[in-house]
Design a protein around this ligand. Structure first.
Ligand code: GCO
Length: 262
């Protein structure tokens, strides 16, 4: 049955930054499709709350607190996870930060921190998870990109540099690892109602109205709208899809936009 192509029973999925927001929504989708969930985070209080929420929805989830930018921590935790939970079949590089600062005012420290978490960490995670996938001859890696993988925007220059880089890193991972029956793709969320967008999604905030008008779907996305894309790219349904960025954006990238009153 074709629907079985989306079945993730028996698979182990590691989601970085899976304690809230888009990461949690995508993780729940993978769990609902049958995967065992391994949630990475860096705050124990957030992790405890998140694991309770997953388990309250009968999802098999275990939490691991480690810093995705620290290669030593990544290596030791991947070892622990593969021993305690099982070989990692699916990696979702979702953890990320954003700082909204004009480039001419942004410190090198801020710029480097954003690049480190949003671009270098996905490289470190994939570099160490893929070794097991190559040995097993199969695996899925999903890098969470952004509209800023394609478009610039005032104040988010470092984030755009990182997300643009992540798009190309995704393509190069596919170039180098697809021959091992590993599929590496990206998901590019549009504008979603999350804690990350909260500051710019308040009534009366010019950006809020701009996004509703700029998005052909005329609304902010619901994090649950990402579940389908995550399950597709994590499952056998995408076994010949590689180096692709699947944008889930309500049509933003399809259009030049329209005047407010049109
Ligand atoms: C912003 C937003 C975006 C979104 C998302 C869009 O300030 O523009 O936070 O970065 O979160 O990445 O794809």
């Amino acid at each position: 049955m074709s629907i079985d192509l989306f079945d993730l029973k028996g698979k182990v999925a590691l989601i970085t930054g899976g304690t809230h927001g888009l990461g949690m929504a995508m993780a729940k989708g993978l769990g609902e499709a049958g995967a065992k969930l391994v949630i990475d985070g860096h705050t124990s209080s957030k992790m405890d709350t998140a694991i309770q929420e997953y388990n309250s929805e009968n999802l098999d989830a275990s939490g691991y607190l480690f810093d995705v930018t620290d290669e030593k921590q990544v290596i030791s935790n991947i070892k622990r996870i593969e021993k305690e939970v099982g070989p990692i079949d699916i990696l979702v590089n979702n953890a990320g930060i954003i700082k909204r600062i004009p480039l001419e005012e942004m410190s090198v420290e801020d710029f480097s921190e954003i690049l480190n978490i949003d671009l270098v960490a996905p490289f470190i995670m994939a570099k160490h998870v893929v070794k097991g996938m190559i040995n097993r001859g199969s695996g899925k890696i999903i890098n969470i990109c952004s509209m800023m993988s394609e478009l610039g925007r005032n104040t988010v220059g470092a984030y755009a540099a990182a997300k643009g880089g992540l798009k190309m890193l995704t393509r190069n991972m596919a170039t180098e690892w697809a021959k091992h029956n590993i599929q590496i793709n990206g998901i590019g969320p549009g504008y979603f109602a999350t804690s990350q967008t909260k500051p710019i999604r308040v009534d009366g905030h010019p950006f809020n109205d701009f996004i509703v008008n700029r998005t052909p779907a005329a609304k902010w996305g619901d994090p649950n709208d990402l579940k389908g894309a995550a399950i597709f790219l994590a499952s056998n349904a995408s076994n010949f899809v590689n180096g692709h960025i699947l944008y889930v954006d309500g049509g933003i990238l399809a259009t030049i936009g329209k005047p407010i009153n049109e």
